[in-house]
Design a protein around this ligand. Structure first.
Ligand code: HEM
Length: 191
């Protein structure tokens, strides 16, 4: 690969916060949307455990995603799944604050890199299509929560619209690592 090719495929790096802010403007994620997201946070966080458990149970149902969560004996590594559920819970709680800060942008980048650049169990690295699929599952689950928890359909719709904008910005950062050239040697999981 030439130097130029590499240049084209590097991350927004130091400008990540600006990259996100510009994308937010592009998709029309406004302060009003951020306020709607924060207002919906109690309804979402009330279901945090159900949401994160459902996502991991869903991963375990399909061999293509279950393989990232298997222990050496081939059975689901429940302790590891429980830890991951907590990590996902933290992401959800932080997302509900709808703050596209410098620190949060780099937190998201690090989370993305831990999927694109680390090997897990027999599965290896997480293929990007499952990152997209996981966000789709999250959006669908949230829509159901808004329908059941927010009372009137207008509020539920506004919440779904605002969260969808924000979640796809997140997805964008989570996928950045996949655009980088692979490392010469992969680092095994420290677990
Ligand atoms: C909405 C998309 C996703 C989000 C927001 C997310 C979030 C996270 C977070 C916050 C961590 C902890 C990262 C760290 O501590 O460095 C993590 C780790 C992990 N995630 Fe995800 N994740 C997503 C999708 C997926 C998918 C689709 C898979 C596999 C099918 C997956 C498998 C894993 C694994 C294997 C780990 C590390 C487990 C370990 O260290 O033992 N994630 N994820």
């Amino acid at each position: 690969m030439s130097h130029d090719d590499h240049e084209e495929r590097t991350l927004p790096g130091a400008d990540l916060e600006r990259y996100l802010t510009e994308l937010a403007e592009f998709v029309g994620l406004t302060e009003a949307d951020a306020a709607v997201i924060r207002a919906s946070a109690p309804a979402v966080l009330k279901h945090e455990t159900a949401l994160t458990s459902a996502l991991y149970e869903h991963f375990l149902k399909f061999p293509a995603t279950a393989r990232f969560f298997l222990g050496p004996d081939g059975a689901p590594d429940r302790a590891r799944i429980e830890r991951r559920r907590h990590s996902l819970g933290r992401w959800l709680r932080e997302t509900a604050q709808a703050a596209l800060t410098h620190d949060f942008a780099y937190y998201l980048l690090a989370v993305g890199l831990s999927h694109s650049h680390r090997d897990y169990g027999p599965g290896g690295k997480i293929p990007p299509q499952f990152m997209v699929a996981a966000m789709s599952l999250t959006q669908s689950a949230l829509a159901g929560i808004f329908r059941d928890e927010l009372g009137d359909p207008e509020r539920a719709l506004a919440a779904a619209v605002a969260w969808n904008k924000l979640l796809l910005l997140h997805l964008n950062v989570l996928l950045l690592g996949y655009l980088l050239p692979p490392r010469p040697a992969s680092r095994p999981s420290s677990d």
